[in-house]
Design a protein around this ligand. Sequence first.
Ligand SMILES: NC(=O)c1ccc[n+]([C@@H]2O[C@H](COP(=O)([O-])OP(=O)(O)OC[C@H]3O[C@@H](n4cnc5c(N)ncnc54)[C@H](OP(=O)(O)O)[C@@H]3O)[C@@H](O)[C@H]2O)c1
Length: 340
Amino acid sequence: MNTNRQWLLKSRPESLVGPENFEFVEGDMPQIGDGEILVRSLYFSMDPTQRGWLHEEDNYVEPVQIGAPMRAGGIGQVVDSKLDGFAAGDLVNGTLTWGDYSVMSAEGFVPPRKIDQSMPLTWHMSAFGITTLTAYFGMLRVADLKEGDVVLISGAAGATGSAAAQIAKVKGASKIIGIAGGAEKCAWLTSDGGCDAAIDYKSDDIAAKVAELAPDGIDVFYDNTGGPALDAALINMAEGARIAICGGISSGYNSWTVETGPANYMYLILKGARMQGFLVLHYMDEFPAAIGEIASWVQSGQLKPHETVIEGLEKAPETLQGLFTGLNRGKLILKVADPS
Ligand SMILES: NC(=O)c1ccc[n+]([C@@H]2O[C@H](COP(=O)([O-])OP(=O)(O)OC[C@H]3O[C@@H](n4cnc5c(N)ncnc54)[C@H](OP(=O)(O)O)[C@@H]3O)[C@@H](O)[C@H]2O)c1
């Protein structure tokens, strides 16, 4: 193939991101210079943070510019290399763009890294990906999970949430309550998702249900959504509870401010509790050790790589939108091609 299909950013979304914000174009294969590799795309990781990259202002990484190809984490196969240590045929992960081909360099946001091929490739994005690492540091460091804790998790059926539930179980939580949207996802939370009980935020009174399921209060709240779940958690904390603010996807990530803040935050005072935000990138130096521990859980079957895999480069924008409409259970991945 001498041409490259790719998705360019056409407009900055004002609310729900979708196909209308991107343009699918066909052009020439990209050329590489010194220190770069040409990579054929195999899998893209779909992450809520990509919505943040579409804002005009920087957050923790520079925004995607209008007219530029959309950026994504993912896995590709090297087609041509002018970068020491990489050769045609190598499988790498790092930062790609939404196209059949991407140019990667050692100076990229996440530089290319050769990957272990002894396990399914998608596991590099699910069980061993950034969302599991986020759950690991969020649950064990930020929330400081202790044996016997009663744990509440919002966004529990997603990639980070389902990893957080399984990690809490391995580390001895006494009860894990997951919050997700819809009866089918809630049933999955208790059958496969590592939770002991589930709350459907779309039909249950979340606060009343937390009170019923955790009459002595929750010790840890791992929050992926913010909004009503956070307020419900705040009024149901046990003494000394810890809240890890991982994400706030209920805001739609349309901006970094939300119209209404958490109404019940003064319960932090009454319960001597704390609420702390974090970025997984803060723990980068500790990734290798964490991956070692995660690998042992995967091997023993205590941490299952949950995935939702959609196929086709042409579906990239609608798949990204799916994170905000509840398309996925576990890690949302777009498959573009098989390795050769
Ligand atoms: N702090 C960090 O370093 C860090 C790193 C990675 C991810 N994150 C955050 O972690 C969270 C989870 O990310 P992920 O990659 O694992 O995505 P994910 O949970 O796999 O997918 C997003 C899920 O969010 C739920 N959702 C969407 N809109 C919602 C709404 N209005 N209210 C409640 N739930 C809603 C949907 O599940 P339902 O069907 O249940 O609604 C959807 O499946 C995100 O907030 C993300 O920004 C933070």
